[in-house]
Unconditional design. Structure first.
Lengths: 111, 114
């Protein structure tokens, strides 16, 4: 089945230690999104790629970066994680006006 | 700019009873509307969508929603819930003007009791 896959499902990192979360898709969708979801809150868009074009949300901290080396893969890099960055990180894809397809998320813990 | 408001943060309901989750949106342009469900420690799964056409939309798992343009609402309903419907439900709005980015409501936690 075509899907959005996020690895790992659970990630533990230390305060200030860089971490990378990955997302891959087999849907051949041209748009990929990264959302941050804190406990009991709605997902918040960090940025998205429309094809190769990177679109950052105005309030996304500089600490968060992203890479999309090809259509299938997208990475979220957190350069210096703080305790406040502990959250579920959701990757999603879409094409045109199709609904977003979400992965199962990566739950990040910062110690 | 778009905004989405889910009026109830939690809805307790007994098994086999009906449930309605309320969602209101505001937008100066045409919107597409969605309901997603999130089970614990999982991603969001699409329940149903409204893009155009019939205002009554049927989705998976017996859910349906009605788009009401005059009231700017998109309420979600199910006539008879199961224990397995216990989850968080998110209403979202998107559209061409937003570049297909979704704006989410704050979520409604449904707790189905036996």
């Amino acid at each position: 089945d075509a899907m959005v896959i996020q690895n790992p499902r659970y990630q533990v990192t230390q305060f200030g230690k860089p971490v990378t979360l990955s997302c891959s898709q087999t849907l051949n969708h041209n748009v990929m999104y990264w959302y941050q979801q804190k406990s009991s809150q709605a997902p918040k868009l960090l940025f998205h790629y429309y094809d190769k074009d990177f679109n950052n949300e105005a309030d996304t901290p500089d600490n968060f970066q992203s890479r999309r080396p090809n259509t299938s893969f997208c990475f979220l890099d957190i350069r210096s994680p703080g305790l406040g960055d502990a959250a579920m990180y959701l990757c999603a894809t879409s094409r045109g006006n199709s609904p977003l397809h979400f992965g199962n998320g990566t739950r990040l813990t910062v110690t | 700019a778009q905004s989405v408001t889910q009026l109830d943060s939690q809805v307790p309901v007994f098994e086999e009873a009906p449930v309605e989750l309320r969602c209101n949106y505001s937008s100066s342009v045409s919107v597409y509307l969605f309901w997603y469900v999130q089970y614990p420690n999982q991603g969001l799964q699409l329940l149903l969508k409204y893009l155009s056409g019939s205002t009554l939309v049927k989705g998976i798992n017996g859910f349906e929603a009605e788009f009401n343009k005059s009231q700017t609402s998109f309420h979600l309903r199910k006539p008879s819930v199961h224990i397995s419907d216990t989850a968080e439900y998110f209403c979202a709005a998107g559209g061409k003007a937003a570049g297909n980015k979704l704006t989410f409501g704050g979520g409604t936690r449904v707790l189905v009791k036996p």
